[in-house]
Design a protein around this ligand. Sequence first.
Ligand code: GDP
Length: 333
Amino acid sequence: MDHTATDRLRRMTTSAPERPVLFSLAGKRVWVAGHRGMLGSAVVRRLAAEDCEILTADRSVADLRRQDEAEAFVARARPDAIVVAAAKVGGILANSTYPGAFLYDNLMIAANVIEAARRTGVAKLLYVGSSCIYPKLAAQPIVEEALLSGPLEPTNEWYAVAKIAGIKLCEAYRREYGCDFISAMPTNLYGPGDNFDLASSHVLPALLRKAHEAKRAGAAEMVVWGTGTPRREFLHVDDCADALVFLLRGYSDAPHVNVGSGEDVSILELTRLVAGVVGFEGAIVQDTSKPDGTPRKLMSAARLRAMGWSPRIGLEAGVLGTYGWFLKHAAAR
Ligand code: GDP
């Protein structure tokens, strides 16, 4: 087998073999907090391939914004490991419309789950943050050390502040109590289970819906918010879930780790790609009354790559699969 084929095979068999396993999942009870979300459900799918027991809790069982409910659940379920994929998430409009809910809900989820994990002696916890924790004008690609080196992007600072608090809690608990809590910062995720509601979604699912509806209506144009020049990085949620399992197993240190594809596209390029996948051939029109947000958001993927992990789902293939999911599950809504 030539080198490239070996490489491809290694990527297809998920985590790179040469990294030592610091936390074995075999026989462990792993709670995926936020299992109904796009990322949480991808983590559940990914963990299903492992020899571990997956625990979940619906909001009716444990509302993680409530300390008593979060602590009671963790004390009862006794997980060995927790993946904190629970969060109140949304796109640029939702973030600016509901700053209180974005800040409070995400702060409470982080504090309650991390503290409950400490009290119960959970062996491993992985807190999931977001690339929006970085300063608006951070040098690109954004390295992990850029955290707290400048002002945040105002459209999502509420969410970002809560996520930064979660990362810092993991770091502080490692330092003060010796907890093996780590954190990962995924870039913009997309894929099955995404939110396609135009008022609260992120750009990629929004563009899929817009292109689909424009095509179906025989419209001459589809409208894209902002100037189309901002650049964003995208990662398929199944790649992200794979990276999280990789880190859960093989990473145990204080610094958070970026999880990205290492490549970005402009919103206009993305719109053309999405229109191509959907088969919309009309004009792309910009609505510049809508905000652009941060000009560019590309994270450095170097740290995770150096550990031996890289993504395997390209943007076009990923968008195609996501469009298939949308047609089946969300198009009618
Ligand atoms: P951000 O990455 O936190 O800025 O969040 P979004 O994914 O919501 O937006 C990314 C970029 O896509 C911004 O520049 C938006 O203005 C732009 N964009 C273009 N069209 C749309 C749309 O229909 N919905 C959303 N959410 N963003 C759009």
